[in-house]
Design a protein around this ligand. Structure first.
Ligand SMILES: NC(=O)c1ccc[n+]([C@@H]2O[C@H](COP(=O)([O-])OP(=O)(O)OC[C@H]3O[C@@H](n4cnc5c(N)ncnc54)[C@H](O)[C@@H]3O)[C@@H](O)[C@H]2O)c1
Ligand SMILES: [Zn+2]
Length: 380
């Protein structure tokens, strides 16, 4: 019998202008991570960022030169195209080749600067190279700052399946730099808002009220308010990982996937016309309408959610709900079984019982769910 446990400890820091020479945060984060200074660091930087931040590679090199006692560049920053296409095993293996060429060892640190997709692909490469190098994440989208960046998962798509290959690998640290948020297009703000609304709806009624009050300002470009949204959402996600009792997801319950069983299916049925954020908004609305029908959620809560999603420009685009099989069953309903397979074991669906509170149910009444979709489509 072998039994041992490992304690993971990592901080999500918040700053602006992380590579300004006077900003000591990155040095402190590396030091707190326990690696011996000067740490050999290898930067993977999302290439597309250069159109907004052409000075980024030079700023990184300048920062390292200004902090030679804390870190040493193992190679010049590697520019890698990001977005969903980079979540490919070939890209992760190429990154491993670059790590080898730079002679990274288990005391080195890979620092990834980019959106959620690049964090997933480069994080996966770091996690498998020499059985796992430490990785420090600098997420650059609002979504990755408030959700995936502070989490413990990495992965790439394979055989047409999202995140089929991947692993759990907590980062050494996460640094959220609010200065990156200023170049995000509105739809990427909406995408982050969808996940923020999700955690507010099931875990934090005060945050829900705050989001309701601030949505117009956030959508009008108020960066301070967006940074607060990111920070609170990141805190709730992180808190869930720490206190939820199942950080590596061995069980079947996955509360942070509220609204996601139908969202994943709707994204697929729309052939990705629906973005993840819009689909999650729709999925939450459907599940809340179902909860109202089942008598576990007050109608007012559903109405408040609908208004908040609209304020964040997350429309209900119901065309995918009209797709049916030969027997007349909505195709989206197959998402339930796919979700159960994805979780493994028993079906677990999270349903709100009030704004900020939730339960898990292990079965869904098909007819009622179908009725809920009809009602949402009729805006009732
Ligand atoms: N590992 C996890 O736990 C987890 C959780 C949720 C989502 N994800 C993954 O995250 C990915 C989505 O991440 P995302 O929403 O960050 O999108 P993304 O990484 O696909 O990036 C989208 C676009 O934003 C651009 N971009 C990045 N930073 C920018 C900036 N500061 N200004 C302007 N444009 C910028 C990118 O170049 C890219 O074109 C998906 O692959 C999803 O599966 C992972
Ligand atoms: Zn999501």
């Amino acid at each position: 019998m072998s039994e041992f446990s490992i304690t993971y400890r990592y901080e999500a820091y918040f700053t602006t202008e992380v590579f300004a020479p006077g900003n000591e945060l990155l040095c402190r984060a590396l030091q707190a991570g326990g690696l011996t200074a000067p740490v050999r660091v290898f930067f993977v930087v999302e290439k597309e960022l250069l159109q907004f931040y052409p000075e980024l590679p030079a700023a990184i090199e300048g920062y390292c030169r200004a902090h030679v006692s804390a870190m040493k560049l193992a190679a010049p920053p590697l520019l890698q195209a990001g977005g969903e296409a980079c979540k490919d095993i070939g890209v992760s293996l190429q990154l491993c080749e670059a790590f080898l060429a730079a002679r990274l060892c288990r005391q080195s640190c890979v620092i990834i600067v980019g959106g959620g997709a690049l964090l997933d692909a480069a994080g996966f490469a770091a996690a498998i190279f020499h059985r796992g190098l430490r990785q420090l994440r600098i997420p650059t989208t609002a979504l990755s700052q408030c959700d995936s960046g502070v989490g413990v998962k990495n992965g790439v798509n394979y055989l047409g399946k999202k995140n089929l290959l991947g692993c759990f690998a907590p980062p050494l640290a996460v640094i959220n730099d609010a200065a990156f948020l200023r170049t995000l297009p509105p739809e990427m703000v909406s995408a982050a808002a969808a996940e923020a609304v999700k955690v507010a709806m099931i875990k934090d009624s005060d945050f829900f009220a705050w989001l309701t009050a601030q949505a117009p300002a956030i959508m009008a470009g108020d960066l301070a308010a967006l940074a607060t949204l990111v920070r609170r959402s990141a805190e709730i996600h992180q808190q869930h990982i720490v206190t939820g009792g199942d950080p590596f997801e061995y069980g079947s319950a996955r509360p942070l996937d509220f609204g996601h069983w139908s969202a994943h299916k709707m994204e697929m049925l729309s052939e990705q016309r629906l973005s993840h954020g819009v689909a999650v908004g729709m999925g939450m609305l459907i599940d809340c309408r179902y909860a109202v029908l089942m008598g576990i959620l007050a109608k007012d809560a559903y109405t408040a959610l609908r208004a908040l999603l609209r304020a964040f420009a997350l429309p209900f685009d119901g065309a995918v709900l009209e797709l049916r099989d030969a027997g007349g069953r909505r195709l989206v309903m197959a998402g339930l079984e796919e979700f159960r397979e994805h979780l493994g074991g028993q079906l677990h669906i999270t349903l709100p019982t009030a704004i900020g509170a939730k339960i898990e149910v292990t079965s869904i009444d098909d007819a009622r769910m179908n009725e809920a979709m009809d009602l949402v489509l009729r805006d009732e």
